[in-house]
Ligand binder design. Structure first.
Ligand code: 9L3
Ligand code: MG
Length: 133
């Protein structure tokens, strides 16, 4: 819509030693129990990198370094656009501060996880990242 800036949701492909961190959502009811790349909405005036670092601090209690974007954006309901970035841990151990559980998954486990639909676009690229890291 003209004059309405697109709101961006940023999500992290946080990897460590050949595994990817997935987080299990608690809300809304239709997404509860499904697994996602952790993240959230970019606030006005915030860069996407700093928004994602803030979301990972709030949701996981860790400091991360944000890297390159994955390929492609996903249109979400409500005019939101979802974008994913590579991320690596700088300090701390992730804890499920806002999710019901966390799981480090390898390339064999990833396709078996019940992911939110929005994040499925990146499945091939995530597998590639895990298999080449
Ligand atoms: N969302 C989808 N996949 C993700 C993330 C982080 C978020 N990996 C969707 C779920 C919500 C919206 O984006 O509809 C906002 O996310 P949040 O602020 O509820 O985490
Ligand atoms: Mg979130």
């Amino acid at each position: 819509m003209s004059g309405t800036p697109t709101a961006v949701v940023v999500a992290a492909a946080l990897t460590h030693e050949g595994t990817l961190l997935l987080a299990q959502r608690t809300r809304p009811p239709e997404l509860a129990g499904l697994w996602e790349l952790p993240g959230g909405k970019v606030e006005p005036g915030e860069s996407e990198d700093s928004a994602l670092a803030r979301e990972l601090r709030e949701e996981l209690g860790v400091e991360c370094s944000i890297g390159a974007a994955l390929s492609g954006d996903v249109d979400l309901a409500g005019g939101l656009v979802l974008r994913a970035y590579r991320a690596t841990l700088v300090s701390g151990t992730p804890a499920a501060l806002e999710h019901s559980a966390l799981r480090w998954v390898d390339a064999a486990m990833l396709p078996t996880m019940d992911l939110v639909d929005a994040d499925r676009l990146w499945l091939p690229e995530l597998l590639d990242i895990l298999l080449t890291s």
